[in-house]
Design a protein around this ligand. Structure first.
Ligand code: 1CP
Length: 343
């Protein structure tokens, strides 16, 4: 197996800098559209053979060093009893958002094998089909990021209702977050038991929080998840998008790896987090639209900066954009391998 990704997570020596790309399976790939055109997004997530097929596409097409399970952070909310839709133009919609205590009390903490068995089945198929070619990453949304969808009912810019609940009903907010956290712990343990070889927690909207609010309303739940998952013995990655100003706090979460967006230099981040944490990132997804010579210079710079970290996993600073030409994504993978390889 190509173990460079797992080695870099642990801070061990690698033969080249490993790379995978957030949202590497998906809308920028024509091969994805071919599968997706036959069913809705949620149907695709719930059809293990097809979900496994689209997971493998970027491994075969781009040559990345890790696969990430094809699913979505929001499927757990459906398993907790919320209605979930993905609308073609609008993205995720939760038509009955959480408003009051009765809504929080209705949320269930499900047995993941029972309610999310299709995810674990996808993982089991993938471990067979990957045949130890590259490791498989499982994932979840961080409780705060999930809470924004639960309370806002979909995507949001200001997160007004979520913050209003935090500030005006902190006990209710904590109750909701504890349920989401319990559910996430069981879900990640089930993913690890099914064969996931690393786990990433996506905190896509953490950057919307003031540092004091991050410390009070988001980080403690992430810490609890990581403490509970340590026993699984696989690398844990925490990615707080737009989280440069939170790094002094997020470095205490217990993760083996911190994911970084493009707003901070990896070398500056390494100075903050020190020698016990690996870093993942952090090319601006828009940089994939640069001409190849300029793109290569940026990749070289990030590889250089990454040398100051305990271990470096190359990635984008957030998900790959649907507008990206797949050849450019392939160019990034090949360039990272070529520039960082020892041979
Ligand atoms: O129409 C379609 O085909 C659906 C588009 C799509 C896809 C391909 C959605 C809807 N989700 C996904 C897959 C997905 N989502 C993966 C697949 C694995 C891979 O990385 O290859 C992953 C890891 C996610 C995680 C996810 N979903 C996040 C965290 C990562 C991030 O980008 O910050 C978030 C915030 C979501 C919610 C979501 N689901 C889908 C969309 C368009 C969104 C974002 C909506 C928003 O901006 O609020």
């Amino acid at each position: 197996m190509n173990t460079n990704f797992l080695k870099a997570c642990r801070g061990e020596k690698t033969s080249h800098t490993p790379i995978w790309i957030m949202r590497q399976a998906g809308r920028y790939l024509p091969d994805y559209h071919k599968v997706r055109s036959k069913m809705t997004f949620l149907e695709l997530c719930k059809t293990p053979e097809r979900a496994a097929e689209v997971t493998l596409q970027p491994v075969d097409i781009l040559g990345v060093d890790a696969a990430i399970l094809f699913s979505d952070i929001l499927v757990v909310l459906e398993a907790m009893g919320m209605k979930l839709e993905f609308q073609e133009k609008r993205g995720p919609v939760l038509p009955e958002p959480i408003k009051d205590r009765a809504d929080v009390e209705r949320l269930v903490v499900p047995d993941p094998e029972e309610k999310l068995g299709y995810v674990m089945e996808t993982i089991r198929i993938l471990r067979k089909e990957l045949a130890d070619k590259v490791p498989l990453i499982g994932f979840c949304g961080a409780p705060f990021t999930l809470a924004t969808y639960m309370v806002e009912g979909g995507s949001s810019k200001a997160f007004f209702n979520t913050k209003k609940m935090m500030y005006s009903a902190p006990e209710l907010y904590a109750e909701m977050m504890n349920k989401v956290t319990d559910c996430t712990i069981a879900y990640l343990k089930a993913q690890a038991a099914a064969g996931a070889q690393a786990l990433q927690i996506f905190d896509s909207w953490a950057g919307a929080l003031a540092p004091c609010d991050f410390g009070e309303f988001a980080l403690p739940y992430v810490k609890r998840i990581i403490a509970e998952l340590k026993g699984a013995g696989i690398p844990l990655i925490y990615f707080a998008n737009n989280g440069s100003t939170l790094l002094d706090q997020s470095m205490t979460c217990g993760a083996d790896v911190l994911g970084l967006d493009w707003r901070l230099k990896l070398s500056d981040a390494a100075k903050i987090v020190g020698p016990d944490i690996s870093l993942q990132g952090n090319l601006d997804p828009c940089a994939l639209l640069l001409p190849e010579d300029k793109l290569e210079k940026r990749i070289a710079r990030i590889l250089e900066e990454g040398k100051s970290a305990r271990g470096h996993i190359f990635n984008l600073g957030h998900g790959i954009l649907p507008e990206t030409p797949p050849e450019k994504a392939k160019f990034v993978v090949e360039t990272v391998h070529r520039l960082s390889g020892q041979s």
